[in-house]
Design a protein around this ligand. Sequence first.
Ligand SMILES: Nc1nc2c(ncn2[C@@H]2O[C@H](COP(=O)(O)OP(=O)(O)OP(=O)(O)O)[C@@H](O)[C@H]2O)c(=O)[nH]1
Ligand SMILES: [Mg+2]
Length: 300
Amino acid sequence: MTQKHIKIMAGMPAYNESKYIGSMVLNTKQYVDEVVIIDDGSTDDTSKIAGLAGAAVIRHPQNKGYGAAILSIFAEAKKRDPDILIILDADSQHNPQEIPDIIKPILNGYDVVIGTREKQADKIPFYRRLGQKVISGSVNILSTEHLTDTECGFRAFSRKAIATLNLKENGMAISAETVAEASRQNLKIIQVPVSVYYSKDSSTLNPVAHGLGVLTRIVVMISEQKPLFFFGLAGIILMLGGLAAGFFTLRLYSQSGVISIAWSLISIFLIILGTMSAFNGLTLHTMYSIIHQAISKDRH
Ligand SMILES: Nc1nc2c(ncn2[C@@H]2O[C@H](COP(=O)(O)OP(=O)(O)OP(=O)(O)O)[C@@H](O)[C@H]2O)c(=O)[nH]1
Ligand SMILES: [Mg+2]
């Protein structure tokens, strides 16, 4: 009995990973047909070692960011046309031995498999876990799924996902964007537990600034894709602030007979701003729905 061969491509974004890239390529090669390394403008021997280990290497002439490297992996996957695309980090945080686990759901009809580090929580430094929780919670506003870890870089994609995902982020926010976009495109998403390894020298390049940067991008995505939620919530908060200021003005008047012009103005201003924000959310929501309907009609 002959079975159709399933072609699997692995892609790894790599930025100055000469220390780990050789073993990562060799280990990954055991489980896939092709390994493609995106050398994101490394200044060390990443490209050379990856090539010697047997990977195809694509070089960004300059460092463009994690997201840009992921975009290059998707572009290469479109050319190589595998049945399944695996993406994992090159810094040995993910274990290539788990590739079969992350592939399995695709064979069973899923389009996007997201690794989740939930079970490994004790191995992740506390402040990072907190940041990951806040980010995952925010991303879930954008997605119909409820994923526990939206930031893990160990993922698998079906041919359909490779063809339909329309991604743009150049930075780390691409992990969140992928989840939101997969959900928007109605792709079948599932999460699979994976292990994660934190070595002492793993990049700790200001994780707070990094996390806040990602969160800012996610908030912008929410304002664009869920305007009613975003501007509605902002409107409610502003109106509550306005009511509180109004209450304060009245209390001051009843206690001392003084009418505070400043507090009255603040109250009126916040209430007007809140109402405008809520209406803005409603208008954008309607526009978004109309455009979205038109696009999906166009597609079918
Ligand atoms: N930080 C960073 N990583 C990049 C870039 N381009 C590609 N990468 C690769 O993307 C993968 C993930 O990067 P990491 O910096 O380890 O990101 P992380 O795993 O979320 O963060 P850590 O918890 O600090 O390890 C690694 O394989 C990097 O080599 C880039 O511009 N910046
Ligand atoms: Mg890492």
